[in-house]
Design a protein around this ligand. Structure first.
Ligand code: ZN
Length: 378
């Protein structure tokens, strides 16, 4: 598990007004007690649903401004290329590449239900900072099992690389890219565009789930894009831990002179759309049912929708997206996306990562692809 020391950096962000000093809240930026006090402070800034919605707009704007996505870049052609479809037991899997903006080529996979008729739900599945001999990221066995199972339940599933992972890493891109947060949040938005283009996907049944750094991508996308209709960040939402990577907290999205927030409140921007937090006793989500959820429930209560806000806490479990966490999310998505009951995870073929790459000798990167680690201008 990654552990990070407290880092506090004060920077004057060029995208902010001269007088607006932004603070980077990174890693364990504040103590657990300070987090409780901050949630109380934040709770005193609003009372009614209308108050909350005003605050939510400010938070959403701060996320987009802080991540240099205000205004959003132009939506350019995705140039999606889907190839190498494999038919498996109850699902199919294909490799895909797309361009969130011209020349920035992202690799991923699309899982689809087989033998089913009618409209499908759509699930976005960002991965976290998991490395390993299996290729890590979207190639991990636990990820392949999750994607295939959701497809068997009736969802079209799209997973794609973090910068520096998978196809991106093989292309020479590094995760330490200074624009990692901007690039990944914009890529999440464009991944949702791509998912909605897939045959049979019902725009009213779109969800997002990921764990750890994939949990961060999940709650940031859910906060800024209301096309996400249900959200399941796993092993990540914490009021005292802000994410220790540039792609999570390397830009001033949490604290400016005018507004302080934290990842628990950002997750609450899901309301009144269904939200489940899956937490465990081994990481920064260890207080989730008593601290983070107590604040988030007040937001759902303002809508009279506490019924769609759930918490599953596994005190004896670790920081991962293991079987019991997957089971909780399958059940939640079955309920809110009108999916079939989750089947057994047996019979899913775990592919070697070479089989899942979007770019290979038969499917090379396009000639206009940006060179690795280019600074992207939009
Ligand atoms: Zn990262």
């Amino acid at each position: 598990m990654l552990r990070f020391v407290l880092v506090m950096t004060v920077t004057t962000a060029t995208a902010f007004a001269q007088s607006e000093v932004a603070v980077l809240c990174q890693g364990y930026w504040q103590s657990e007690d300070d987090a409780v006090a901050q949630l109380r402070r934040m709770g005193r800034t609003w009372t009614t649903r209308v108050d909350w919605e005003g605050r939510a707009r400010l938070i959403r704007r701060q996320i987009l401004r802080g991540s240099r996505l205000d205004p959003l870049p132009a939506r350019t052609p995705l140039n999606a290329r889907i190839h190498s479809v494999r038919d498996e037991d109850g699902y199919s899997v294909a490799n895909v590449s797309f361009e969130p903006f011209p020349g920035y080529c992202v690799g991923g996979n699309i899982y689809r239900p087989r033998g089913r008729q009618g409209g499908f739900a759509g699930v976005l599945s960002p991965h976290g900072h998991y490395r390993g001999d299996d290729g890590g990221g979207r190639f991990r066995a636990s990820a392949q099992i999750r994607h295939a199972t959701l497809a068997r339940m009736g969802a079209v599933v799209l997973t794609w690389d973090m910068i520096g992972w998978g196809d991106s890493g093989h292309g020479g891109w590094k995760h330490g890219h200074p624009q990692a947060l901007s690039l990944q949040l914009w890529t999440s938005i464009r991944a949702l565009d791509l998912l909605l283009e897939q045959d049979g996907v019902d725009p009213n049944r779109i969800a997002c789930t990921g764990s750890s750094g994939g949990g961060t991508q999940t709650f940031l996308l859910t906060a800024v894009d209301d096309r996400v209709k249900a959200s399941a960040p796993v092993a990540m939402v914490s009021a005292h831990f802000f994410g220790g990577c540039k792609c999570e907290s390397g830009l001033p999205i949490h604290k400016t002179a005018g507004l302080e927030t934290n990842n628990a409140e950002i997750a609450a921007l899901c309301a009144p759309r269904p939200l489940i937090l899956v937490s465990n006793g081994d990481d920064w989500t260890k207080n989730s049912p008593w601290v983070e959820m107590s604040y988030i429930r007040t937001v759902f209560a303002a809508y009279g929708r506490q019924d769609v806000c759930e918490s599953v806490h596994q005190a004896d479990e670790l920081h991962d997206y293991g079987p019991s966490k997957r089971a909780a999310v399958y059940r939640f998505f079955a309920k809110h996306l009108a999916l079939s009951d989750p089947p057994e995870e047996a019979g899913i073929k775990i592919e070697p990562h070479a089989a899942q790459l979007a770019f290979n000798d038969d499917h090379p990167r396009p000639a206009h692809a940006l060179p690795a680690n280019a600074v992207v201008k939009w």
